[in-house]
Ligand binder design. Structure first.
Ligand SMILES: C=C(O[C@H]1C=C[C@H](C(=O)CCC(=O)O)[C@@H](C(=O)O)[C@@H]1O)C(=O)O
Length: 266
């Protein structure tokens, strides 16, 4: 269904019964990304939202702040006052930003391969420049050229061993995104553009489950640093997986999420 927030229209998929879990996909993803999770979470109401620039959502977003404000209104409009929140990569950055600003909503937080942003000003400026160059590349080339590039970044090397049908499905989801939407996402909600949350992690008081892939060295380091600031946390390094654990180790991912949620019921 579409939920309107000002002039924006968010595509939201809701299914299942039980405690609510709001799920936020990653860059190039959509509500399709986590549809499989219903098989591992039969006792939950799953709410998947297409983030700005992705899927069927129509939102000329201006910032991460505006995105999480919109998400808060979407959740209120569908009757959610308290929910578990799961985010993957870009969705993890968004979930963390949301939990910092709207803690009253968040029963527990699950972060897959997520960063709280970039603390160092010089590093942040470099990332903003890199994301701008990527956004320009996306707009100046066919979507196939971007997806060809994106599939080859080191973060996804471990996906090369995946079964062909699964690789095909991931590629098709990426090809289905609009170039304008992806560029908008990078320019307005990118890792460098978003305000760094590093100095705010200690204010996150809800239970936090952090998952990273064994071969994703960058995000293992980020996760290990994050848990030193987050009071109530559990940290999982998933064997035989890279950045997209939910793809590479779906069963382990679903089992950990289900176990974590069962111990944090409302
Ligand atoms: C390449 C880096 O950052 C990008 C990688 C992962 C994030 C993501 O959401 C990818 C999801 C996917 O394609 O499966 C993306 C983001 O957070 O927006 C980052 O731009 C990196 O080395 O940090």
């Amino acid at each position: 269904m579409f939920i309107e927030v000002d002039e924006h229209k968010y595509w939201v998929e809701c299914e299942g019964k039980g405690e609510p879990l709001v799920i936020l996909h990653g860059f190039t993803g959509s509500t399709h990304t986590f549809r499989f999770l219903k098989h591992y979470l039969p006792d939950y109401q799953l709410i998947r939202i297409d983030l700005p620039g992705h899927g069927r959502t129509k939102a000329t977003i201006s910032s991460m702040e505006k995105c999480i404000d919109d998400v808060s209104i979407v959740c209120k409009k569908i009757g959610l006052t308290k929910f578990h929140l799961l985010g993957y990569s870009m969705g993890g950055r968004t979930a963390l930003s949301f939990a910092k600003k709207y803690p009253i909503f968040v029963q527990s937080l699950i972060l897959e391969s997520a960063t709280p942003g970039i603390e160092n000003d010089e590093e942040r400026k470099k990332r903003i420049k890199a994301d701008e160059e990527l956004a320009t590349f996306i707009l100046e080339n066919p979507i196939e050229a971007f997806v060809d590039y994106w599939e080859e970044i080191p973060l996804f090397f471990s996906q090369k061993h995946l079964p062909t049908p699964l690789k095909k499905a991931i590629r098709e989801e990426r090809l289905a995104q609009s170039r304008e939407g992806l560029a908008l996402s990078l320019r307005t909600m990118g890792t460098g553009t978003m305000p760094s949350l590093w100095n705010h992690l200690s204010t996150i008081l809800c239970p936090v489950c952090i998952l990273v892939g064994e071969s994703d060295k960058k995000f293992i380091q980020i996760g290990e640093k994050m848990i030193s600031f987050i009071q109530n946390n559990e940290f999982h390094v998933i064997k035989n997986s890279g950045h997209a654990i939910h793809v590479e180790q779906s069963e382990i991912f679903g089992t950990i999420v289900n176990e974590f949620l069962k111990q944090r019921r409302m």
